[in-house]
Design a protein around this ligand. Structure first.
Ligand code: ADP
Ligand code: MG
Length: 317
């Protein structure tokens, strides 16, 4: 696998009332060209912070982000602005992420204006093309305001805006979490279509493993700022190695109504990232934890081809 994106030892800290919150703590990860990497974990574990640090929307406290041979953590603001057209972000809340006072045509054209494309006819043609690609009728939608559309349609508009500069890499930050269950599959299918059509590489963030499974080649599981497990999707589902992954899998609702879902398998709330547990951060909720887990931080290591786990007592093998 040739990595398009490489993250090394990434750490992002927030200062909160004299304390340091380590939202992302020494994460290393690679995303291959053309790959979809799913990033999953409970709310608050640092997924969005990681995504924003990759795009340098928030400069990381430590670590390196390298995209297609360029170290993003080492370039200045102007160079990053030029780079930005190759990396885009799709947000969770499609309605809130669109300017309510601007018409759809202007919203989708905005990246072109920022990129310095002055020819109005060219901009209009590209807006039409990308709106059509995301399944909207350009004639009907360009003059309208975001509030005239449903959540699903707004997410199509957001996707059009993210794709209009033909980026190579797109971070989808919980793109279907705020949408009605009935239209999630449509948006996931659209992202798959767009991936093929534009040859994209995706980092797909979600708190729900079932959503991530549908789209990902590999999956990274995150807990309280650290990676627990990284593996090819199929392997992760068939033979999870980290106890946290296993609990997340068991918590996925079963479509069969006669099978009772195992409720609340991951018991309790995650500890505060302001004061994370010593050693393994998952140990306070882990059925397998022992003294070693409290004293020694487990390193992410390869236990099967392509399957990495940060656990002293992994489940398989
Ligand atoms: P996720 O996307 O997985 O839900 P986030 O990356 O949004 O997680 O948040 C990770 C942690 O960082 C949380 O504890 C959150 O409260 C904290 N956090 C996020 N953004 C900020 C911020 N701008 N200032 C301070 N703390 C933040
Ligand atoms: Mg988030």
């Amino acid at each position: 696998m040739t990595a398009l994106l490489s993250i090394e030892n990434l750490t992002v800290e927030y200062a909160i009332g004299g304390k340091t919150l380590s939202a992302v703590s020494g994460v290393s990860l690679q995303v291959g060209r053309g790959e979809t990497l799913g990033l999953v974990g409970e709310s608050g574990c640092g997924k969005s912070t990681l995504g924003r640090a990759v795009l340098q929307l928030r400069r990381p406290t430590a670590g390196k982000v390298t995209f297609d041979g360029t170290e993003l953590t080492g370039i200045d603001g102007e160079a990053m602005r030029r780079m930005r057209r190759r990396l885009q972000l799709i947000f969770q809340d499609p309605i809130a992420s669109l300017n309510p006072r601007r018409c759809v045509g202007d919203i989708v054209a905005e990246p072109l204006i920022i990129a310095g494309i002055k020819d109005k006819a060219e901009r209009a043609a590209r807006v039409r093309e990308v709106l059509t690609a995301v399944g909207l009728d350009a004639d009907l939608v360009t003059g309208r305001l975001p509030h005239e559309f449903s959540g699903g349609q707004c997410q199509r508009i957001s996707i059009a805006r993210a794709l209009i500069l033909e980026p190579q890499f797109v971070i989808c930050d919980e793109p279907v979490s705020a949408l009605d269950v009935s239209i999630r599959a449509q948006i996931l299918n659209l992202l798959e279509d767009m991936k093929r059509r534009y040859g994209l590489t995706l980092l797909f963030i979600a708190h729900d493993l079932a959503v991530v499974k549908a789209v990902s080649d590999r999956i990274a599981v995150m807990y309280l700022g650290k990676l627990c497990e990284v593996a090819p999707s199929e392997q992760l589902f068939r033979r999870p190695a980290h106890p946290y992954t296993a609990l997340l899998l068991e918590a996925i609702p079963v479509p069969d109504p006669t099978v009772r879902p195992a409720a609340n398998l991951v018991v309790g709330e995650p500890p505060s990232p302001l004061d994370p547990p010593s050693g393994c951060r998952f140990r306070t909720r882990c059925p397998r934890a022992d003294a070693r887990c409290a004293s020694e931080v487990p390193k992410l290591r390869e236990i099967n081809a392509g399957q990495f786990v940060a656990c002293h007592h992994p489940l398989t093998n």
